[in-house]
Every structure is written in C-alpha cells, then in structure tokens.
Design a protein around this ligand. Structure first.
Ligand SMILES: [Zn+2]
Length: 46
C-alpha cells in the first residue's frame, strides 16, 4: 500500500484520490510525495 502526502499543505492523501491525475484533493497542489514503506519518492504530475 502506498501513502501520499501533499508538499503544499502537508496533508495525507488517500490512495483512492490518486488515479490518473496526481493532485491534492485539499489544495489542488500537484506536489505530492509518494511513500512506499521506507522508500520515499517525489512525484510531480505533468
Ligand atoms: Zn495539499
């Protein structure tokens, strides 16, 4: 299971919100951090 976190507002984003568009449902930011277990990678939607 992957967890996402918004870089702008810092809120955790449920995986169900991440489908085609990677966008924060709270502030609309496209700066999302994807964390899988101990691995964290930065994801920016284009
Ligand atoms: Zn946000």
């Amino acid at each position: 299971m992957a967890n996402y976190k918004c870089l702008e507002c810092g809120k955790d984003i449920d995986e169900k919100y991440i489908t085609r568009k990677i966008r924060c449902p709270y502030c609309g930011s496209r700066m999302i951090i994807k964390s899988k277990g101990d691995r964290v990678s930065k994801v920016i939607a284009r």
